[in-house]
Design a protein around this ligand. Structure first.
Ligand code: ZN
Ligand code: MN
Length: 258
């Protein structure tokens, strides 16, 4: 018998059995976006999927297929839409994809759902999709679906950040393609990381506002790495992953009474 944590690797009777027994389902939200010259375009897919896989094993859950396109990259948090290979959805489209997946999961018996976001710009459009999905389910008479929605990077201890950034944490937004994402990729997919291509043209020096169209002198490093990836290592990725898995699993157990 196939026993996978990945929902799509199960047969329909296995899916029905696990979901019927109350297994929480994890829905990773990603995108396809530039992450500098040293990382692949699928970082925001690989990382939330990897976190979901590990947390699902801890709590007896299943991981739904990751949504591989997300809401548009913004210069101040992802470098912006101009980088070759960054492929995005309109907010409305993305929200409706999230809505439809949640509606489908609800119709097939899922009552515990964790929407785990791995791309900064997906945050609010994912809330919209969740709201629309739950509204449709309510209209269909399904009122008992419990949902958590979170960004995995928020589940980290202060002590870990202090250990990773002895000179001070630059903040989650500027961490795009930098030490955290690069270290986690070295942990999960080292064959996709080229450390000899890590640039040194950061950190970004953005004003505290957006501008449209994006001006040439916006403070965006040409490499697309917003802070600094030098010093990244699989070991550091391991510290982060341990925090993410432990703290998210703890929250899921608490909220779902597992
Ligand atoms: Zn990313
Ligand atoms: Mn991103």
């Amino acid at each position: 018998m196939v026993d996978s944590v990945y929902l799509a690797e199960l047969s329909w009777p296995q899916f029905a059995e696990k979901v019927g027994a109350g297994a929480p389902v994890f829905l990773p939200l990603g995108t396809t976006e530039q992450h500098g010259p040293h990382l692949p375009l699928n970082v925001d897919v690989v990382l939330p999927t990897g976190v979901c896989e590990r947390v699902a094993r801890e709590v007896g859950g299943l991981v739904a297929p990751t949504i591989p396109y997300g809401y548009k990259s913004m210069p101040r948090s992802g470098g912006g839409e101009a980088f070759p290979g960054t492929l995005s959805l309109d907010a409305n489209t993305f929200s409706l994809v999230v809505r439809d997946v949640i509606r489908g999961l609800g119709h097939h018996g899922v009552r515990r759902l964790v929407v785990l976001n791995g791309h900064f710009e997906n945050a609010w459009p994912s809330v919209e999709g969740l709201d629309l999905g739950l509204r449709e389910l309510r209209r269909d008479g399904i009122t008992d679906m419990q949902v958590m929605r979170l960004e995995y990077w928020d589940f980290v201890e202060r002590a870990t950040l202090d250990r990773l950034f002895p000179n001070g944490f630059p903040g989650t937004e500027l961490e795009h393609a930098s030490l955290l994402e690069t270290s986690l990729m070295l942990l999960l997919k080292p064959e996709l990381v080229e450390m000899d291509k890590v640039p040194s043209d950061g950190p970004a020096k953005f004003p505290t506002y957006d501008r449209f169209p994006v001006p040439k002198d916006y403070g965006l490093p040409p490499s697309g790495v917003l802070a600094d990836a030098r010093g990244s290592s699989a070991e550091k990725g391991g510290w982060l992953m341990a925090n993410h898995v432990e703290l998210i699993a703890k929250a899921v157990r608490k909220e779902f009474g597992l």
